[in-house]
Design a protein around this ligand. Structure first.
Ligand code: IPD
Ligand code: CA
Ligand code: CA
Length: 266
């Protein structure tokens, strides 16, 4: 395993322990609002702190971008760690056991290493640039389904940006007519990991942040899939609007998404 991936895995497992321990005493968890329908808990912050400490022990010079801490610039800005300490906070707060720790490493702006860890199921999704993607050490691949008929797509609702509800619902309705079913499970990092593992055939969501998608994107790519924005371009990290699938099915998904983009989305 790549030495940086090794540390990322250690950090994700440490954060996972913080999260599962707190789940046993959910009533003690402090919840604060940081925006419309956007919550942060004492556990998000403690998990992020644990991850940062683990990274800092081995790589004090690297830059860290954490959802809760912002940018912690190191002397070596060529290597950036992008962290979501708890992806699926709404599930966690409600006691729904579906969330993950997401850690990606970029080297000179390119995704290089990725970890998405589900501490409840002890599922560790990892990827290294050019070396494929794994689930608990076993190689995973995206599905090869070419048409929407019979597919299961994952998605997320734009609950933090409800101005996009109508456009989103139009895309959903159009796709729902053609697919077998849809899942809104509540963790974008796991949605992408599930695309990589072939558990779902594709994923689309609008308004995501870099820490929601960075690790999942490398998992999908290394599992043989493709990640684009809603126009089929490469602006998804900036826009937060994302589609992931195998390249053939992704084109089919875009056909139902594009007509509803309007001016605010791309
Ligand atoms: C959220 C989850 C959710 C997605 C949201 C994300 P958080 O992350 O990934 O599935 O729909 O847009 O912000 O806030 O729980 O880290
Ligand atoms: Ca997130
Ligand atoms: Ca989070």
């Amino acid at each position: 395993m790549h030495p940086m991936l090794n540390i990322a895995v250690r950090a994700a497992r440490n954060a996972g322990k913080v999260i599962t321990r707190s789940m046993e005493q959910l009533d003690k968890v402090e919840v604060e609002s940081k925006g419309t329908n956007d919550f942060v808990t004492s556990v998000d912050i403690a998990a992020e702190q644990t991850i940062i400490e683990t990274i800092r022990k081995s790589y004090p010079e690297h830059t860290i971008i954490g959802e809760e801490s912002g940018v912690l610039t190191g002397s070596d800005d060529n290597i950036q760690w992008i962290i979501d300490p708890l992806d699926g906070t709404t599930n966690f707060v409600k006691g729904i056991p579906h969330f993950a720790v997401s850690i990606a490493i970029k080297v000179k702006g390119k995704l290089d290493q990725a970890v998405v860890f589900d501490p409840i199921r002890a599922e560790l999704f990892t990827a290294s640039r050019g070396k494929g993607a794994q689930l608990n050490g076993m190689r995973i691949r995206v599905n090869s389904q070419k048409e929407l008929a019979g597919t299961l797509l994952a998605t997320g609702f734009p609950y933090k940006s409800k101005q996009h509800s109508n456009a989103y619902m139009a895309m959903f309705a159009s796709l729902f007519q053609k697919t077998a079913d849809m899942r809104r499970a509540g963790s974008a990092a796991l949605d992408l990991a599930y695309v990589a593992a072939g558990r779902v055939d594709g994923f689309f969501e609008i308004g995501l942040k870099p820490w929601d998608t960075a690790a999942g994107e490398l998992l999908v790519i290394e599992a043989g899939g493709l990640v684009t924005d809603l126009s089929g371009g490469h602006n998804h990290t900036q826009s937060g609007n994302i589609v992931a699938s195998n390249s053939r099915l992704l084109k089919e998904i875009l056909k139902d998404v594009r007509p509803h983009l309007g001016t605010a989305l791309s």
